[in-house]
Design a protein around this ligand. Structure first.
Ligand code: AMP
Ligand code: GLY
Length: 423
């Protein structure tokens, strides 16, 4: 099988790594790819993940059998639609299915239509309507911009007054993240967060694994929200049958809903959940794999992952093609030192790293003019380690970081959290 991975972050490096190890993978290509993917296949650095036309051209020219779409921006741009319309096999939903992620208002209404447990909500289109709707929320309230806002569109507020300040700011200055005018207000839920990933071929939707990620920049969940500072899988401290509960209460009704609405959903559904006193309730849906959750799930996969995704993309998932091991995996993200506020460019990073056993590292960086530089996002490398327990995997991951440091140029300033998977 000849595979094209769309995207260029550490998530896509991890997907490419596992796909390339699959017995059925003959060759692997990436648009645009990054420093990690360049080492195992062909990169098209000039092709952005949202350039539907260039991606279709490259897929045809290279006789691609399977395209795996990484980022939500590519799905929202219609990359999957365009390739499917041309008769190609794609893992990733069409733009209409990806609305579960690209529009929070759509997702909330979908959940309401199909009885999926989630926070009580209101969708508003103006400041006046928003202020009025705030009356319905007594305790904490969460303000969410409707569209894709790269993690910047959600503000969790302690009360209606705090929410009102955010709404005033966004509407008055016309600065609603994502650029739309719709806002979702919802009740604040309390509990622990867990992400569950389900693979769908359009007819079945199978929960495959779960992970926990760390969104805040600093230890003990302090500091600003980021794209993700680390993750581990499988999560600890949830019911042993958590995946089964989520399958029954969330995934099965979601699949029934998609089918009832004539949506042939072929790809992954990422279910972000709050495990409340009454069980799991959906915080958000995403239409793609998580970053950095993917980096800690891929090292746990055995079998032929390429075949697994290809069969889902073809509409008849081969459940036996791949499996998840019982091992734990912990991943720590190394970022530039001012992340997420600004991106300090660093260069001179080594293209290949010497890694200890049971350790894999995934790049979020690209090669420019022959030099390895950090990408505009600021997340440089996810260092992951596997072991029989989370505690051992955690120790291995931090040991590996200590061993990697001397391999970077002396003045390289990378930062990371020291409490990932400290349970
Ligand atoms: P989202 O982009 O919808 O995943 O929201 C980002 C983060 O905001 C989530 O990971 C939660 O930590 C928090 N959050 C979102 N919605 C709620 C809610 N209804 N109650 C409590 N926290 C929430
Ligand atoms: N880890 C959060 C996300 O991928 O959206």
């Amino acid at each position: 099988m000849r595979i094209l991975v769309v995207g260029g972050g550490a998530r896509e490096d991890a997907l490419s790594w596992k796909l390339a190890q699959s017995p059925s993978c003959e060759a692997i290509f990436h648009a645009p790819g990054n420093a990690g993917t360049a080492a195992r296949g062909v990169n098209f650095p000039e092709v952005s993940a949202t350039d539907t036309r260039a991606i279709l051209d490259r897929a045809k020219a290279n006789a691609i059998d399977l395209t795996v779409v990484g980022p939500e921006t590519a799905l929202a741009a219609g990359v999957a639609d365009r390739l499917r319309d041309a008769g190609l096999n794609v893992f990733g939903p069409n733009r209409s299915g990806a609305r579960l992620e690209s529009s929070k208002a759509f997702a909330k209404r979908f959940m309401e239509r199909h009885g999926i447990p989630t926070a009580r909500f209101a969708v508003v289109h103006s400041l006046a309507a928003a202020q009025k709707a705030l009356d319905q929320f007594s305790d904490g309230v969460v303000v969410k911009a409707d569209g894709l806002a790269a993690g910047k569109g959600v503000v969790v507020c302690d009360d209606a007054a705090a929410a009102s300040t955010v709404l005033n700011e966004w509407y008055a200055k016309n600065t609603i993240p994502g650029g739309g005018s719709d806002i979702v207000l919802e009740e604040r839920m309390t509990g622990r967060e867990i992400s569950v990933f389900a693979i769908s071929d359009g007819r079945a939707m199978i929960p495959i694994a779960a992970a926990c990620d760390y969104k805040r920049a600093g230890d003990d969940d302090r500091g600003p929200n980021t794209g993700g500072m680390g993750a581990y899988s499988p999560p600890s401290g949830f019911p042993v049958n958590a995946l089964e509960i989520v399958r029954e209460r969330v995934i099965a009704p979601a699949l029934r809903g998609l089918i009832a609405e004539d949506e042939v959903y072929r790809g992954v559904l990422y279910v972000g959940l709050m495990w409340t006193d009454s069980g799991p309730r959906v915080v958000e849906f995403n239409a793609r794999f998580g970053d950095p959750e993917t980096q800690v799930m891929m090292p746990r996969v055995g079998g032929d992952f390429a075949r697994y995704l290809a069969s889902a993309a073809e509409g008849a998932i081969e459940l036996d093609a791949a499996y998840f091991s019982d091992d734990a995996c912990v991943g720590v993200t190394l970022t530039t030192d001012r992340y997420p506020y600004e991106n300090t460019k660093i260069s001179g990073l080594p293209g290949t790293l010497r890694l200890p056993e049971h350790v894999a590292a995934f790049w979020g960086t690209s090669m420019r003019e022959g030099d390895l530089v950090s990408s505009p996002g600021g997340r440089v490398l996810t260092v992951t380690a596997t072991a029989p327990t989370v505690a051992e995997a955690r120790a291995r991951a931090y040991d590996a970081i200590a061993q990697l440091k001397p391999q970077f140029p002396a003045n390289t300033r990378l930062v990371y959290r020291s409490d990932i998977a400290r349970l």
